[in-house]
Design a protein around this ligand. Structure first.
Ligand SMILES: O=C(O)CCC(=O)C(=O)O
Ligand SMILES: [Fe+2]
Length: 227
């Protein structure tokens, strides 16, 4: 049963045990300032401003210079190993190969290890692009495929990510600002489901906040890297 907690930092409601720094609010994500009783999702950490605006821009140019796959409703790029959404499995080396991690992804994976956020460099990276109205349905990242920590960077614009506990129905909407890092481990990775509602705006303090294009970059280790 998740603990209920409400904590206010500089007038902002934050999630105890999750938010490391209140950070600067970016335009379009003032949902974060909405005072709300906070549900604690153990194992969830939110780091605002993990990337500077300049670093976000550089990362985005590298991403947009590469080819996107349009097989899903949203566009994606898979690196290291291709993830098969239908079978919920990682393709082995013999199957459809994914391009190796580009330099920007290796650099970021190394930083995640250096900062102690992941214990090994990610072997698999997925870039997701969400246009307004697009989302991702509630899920737990593949348990037999991926390691104990999933890290996700948000770029370009923000959104709310909804966490739901499958047994007691507890819910937490986490605003993800551009430049932020979200790290899921423990119950946040293994038990709670996460989703992004397929809608064109998110609720904010002063009304709905229209969504813009959002790009996320997710880093995972493989449970069976030699497969
Ligand atoms: O877009 C995100 O931040 C998360 C994407 C996600 O949950 C996934 O790729 O499994
Ligand atoms: Fe996920």
């Amino acid at each position: 049963m998740p603990r209920l907690a409400c904590e206010s930092v500089a007038g902002l409601a934050t999630v105890r045990g999750m938010s490391e720094t209140p950070g600067q609010l970016s335009p379009g994500v003032d949902a974060i300032s909405r005072p709300q009783p906070s549900v604690v999702v153990p194992g969830l950490r939110y780091i605002a401003d993990w990337l500077t605006p300049g670093a976000c821009q550089a990362l985005l140019s590298d991403i947009d210079a590469a080819a996107w796959s349009a097989r899903l409703k949203r566009r994606v790029q898979h690196y290291g190993h291709r993830y098969d959404y239908g079978r919920r499995s990682v393709a082995g080396h013999q199957q459809e190969a994914a391009p190796p991690l580009p330099e920007w992804a290796r650099r970021t994976a190394a930083r995640l290890v250096r900062e102690g956020r992941m214990d090994r460099e990610a072997e698999q990276v997925i870039v997701n692009e969400y246009q307004p109205g697009q989302g991702i349905s509630a899920h737990v990242d593949c348990l037999p495929c991926f390691g104990p920590v999933i890290a996700a960077i948000s770029l370009v614009s923000g959104c709310l990510m909804d966490f739901t506990h499958p047994e007691d129905g507890a819910k937490l909407a986490v605003p993800l600002a551009p430049g932020s890092l979200l790290v899921m481990s423990g119950p946040a990775r293994y038990t709670w489901r996460h989703a992004i509602a397929a809608r064109k705006s998110d609720p904010g303090t002063t009304g709905r906040i229209p969504r813009g294009r959002r790009v996320s970059v997710t880093f995972r280790t493989l449970l069976h890297p030699d497969q």
